[in-house]
Design a protein around this ligand. Structure first.
Ligand code: ZN
Length: 180
């Protein structure tokens, strides 16, 4: 018998169904895996030359949007829960060696003044991801779940923060405002 690395429940790996936590490198039960997969962060990596890749990051989950594992990637991604009080907080996902150049939150297009203000960041992020805007530096756009189901914590990371700020120059303030 093995134990789930999260809830410590016994797992019969010979006869039952089980999952694997690449973070803990240990067995995880299906209930814990499901719960992890219900609050995933996304990290969209837009490299200088090459294909944009979307990853799903949980406390245990590390996979591409196609369900592939990340063992072939050279990215080290960490995620922690940052609590603001007993009930509220947000996840914070970081990529080792990458620097945060913008941080804030966004929401869907609900048509009110706040979400309208958010659209300039959302549109910029979309354009970066689709290649409509091409940045001179690698960019990662991170979306983290928060305790408010309507809002996502957002951060923009790059390996070359100075070059990013120089390039983003006039848009930078507008985008940062949009995220705040
Ligand atoms: Zn479990």
């Amino acid at each position: 018998m093995n134990k789930c690395c999260d809830c410590q429940e016994q797992i019969d790996v010979e006869n039952g169904d089980w999952g694997w936590s690449p973070v803990k490198e240990d067995y995880i039960c299906l209930t814990c895996r499901e719960s992890d997969e219900s609050s995933l962060s996304t990290v969209i990596i837009v490299p200088l030359n090459g294909k944009t890749i979307k990853y799903y990051i949980g406390d245990h989950t590390r996979m591409t949007e196609f369900g592939d594992d990340m063992y072939g990637s050279d990215l080290t991604i960490d995620r922690v829960w940052v609590s603001s009080d007993a009930y509220r907080g947000h996840y914070n996902t970081t990529v080792s060696g990458w620097t945060e150049v913008m941080v804030g939150w966004t929401t869907g297009a609900w048509g009110d003044a706040t979400s309208n203000r958010k659209q300039s960041f959302n549109e910029w992020a979309d354009a970066i991801c689709t290649g409509e805007i091409i940045a001179p530096v690698p960019i990662a756009i991170v979306a983290d779940p928060t305790s408010n189901v309507f809002s996502m914590g957002i951060s923009v990371l790059t390996t070359e923060p100075d070059k990013f700020k120089e390039w983003a120059d006039s848009d930078f303030e507008d985008l940062s405002d949009s995220l705040s």
